[in-house]
Design a protein around this ligand. Structure first.
Ligand SMILES: NC(=O)c1ccc[n+]([C@@H]2O[C@H](COP(=O)([O-])OP(=O)(O)OC[C@H]3O[C@@H](n4cnc5c(N)ncnc54)[C@H](OP(=O)(O)O)[C@@H]3O)[C@@H](O)[C@H]2O)c1
Length: 174
């Protein structure tokens, strides 16, 4: 299965790629194709030098976000909350009708002190709702998931993920 990760050059993208390449073809997406290719090569090198090298059946490669959106069976939107509308606007007409879209997006932002929550003002929408609204032609499933999984644990493939995570399905025309 082809799993594309829009914004895959971030920490969450790295963690998803390192874990899921055991069984799948992972395509890291970036606004900058070269950045995605360099990140993918580094991840493949790290895997080859790890004790899991023999268990990995898939690969990680990189491309620009739009190419990734076009060819993915499952598409992870691993981008900041503030960029949902602009990014979904670019990919809305090119993702496959049957693509399953997954949003781990949390309404958090970063400053020099670290992460902070973007306050939910009246009428402000959840990330999953915003994704669904901005992908109107996505007629299969949008899954909101992985919000409680820390990037640090996700990237450490030697760590067992012992955390719970909630999944919300936003179904459209099933
Ligand atoms: N970090 C965590 O522990 C954690 C845990 C749970 C959920 N989450 C959520 O998961 C998502 C990804 O997390 P992350 O920490 O990997 O995020 P991140 O590092 O802040 O950003 C991920 C990628 O988004 C792309 N990006 C940045 N600005 C953009 C823009 N203006 N337009 C389009 N793309 C842009 C960048 O890729 P390019 O520059 O290569 O395009 C970047 O590498 C976020 O919504 C976060 O809230 C994070």
């Amino acid at each position: 299965m082809k799993v594309g990760i829009i914004g895959g050059t971030g920490g969450m993208g790295e963690g998803f790629a390192l874990r899921w390449c055991a069984n799948h073809e992972i395509i890291l997406g970036s606004r900058d194709k070269q950045k995605a290719q360099t990140a993918s090569e580094n991840h493949m090198k790290n895997i080859k030098n790890s004790k899991y090298a023999d268990k990995v059946k898939g690969i990680i490669r990189g491309n620009d976000n739009l190419s990734v959106a076009k060819e993915s069976d499952v598409l992870i939107l691993s981008i900041p909350y503030e960029n949902i509308q602009s990014t979904c606007g670019e990919i809305a007409n090119i993702i496959d009708d049957n693509c399953i879209v997954v949003s781990p997006i949390v309404p958090m932002s970063r400053n020099q002190d670290g992460f902070y929550y973007i306050p939910f003002q009246e009428g402000k929408k959840s990330a999953g709702t915003l994704v669904a609204e901005n992908l109107p032609k996505c007629n299969k499933i949008i899954v909101s998931a992985f919000h409680t999984i820390s990037e640090i644990k996700l990237k450490n493939i030697e760590a067992t993920l012992d955390a719970d995570t909630l999944f919300a399905l936003i179904t459209k025309n099933l």
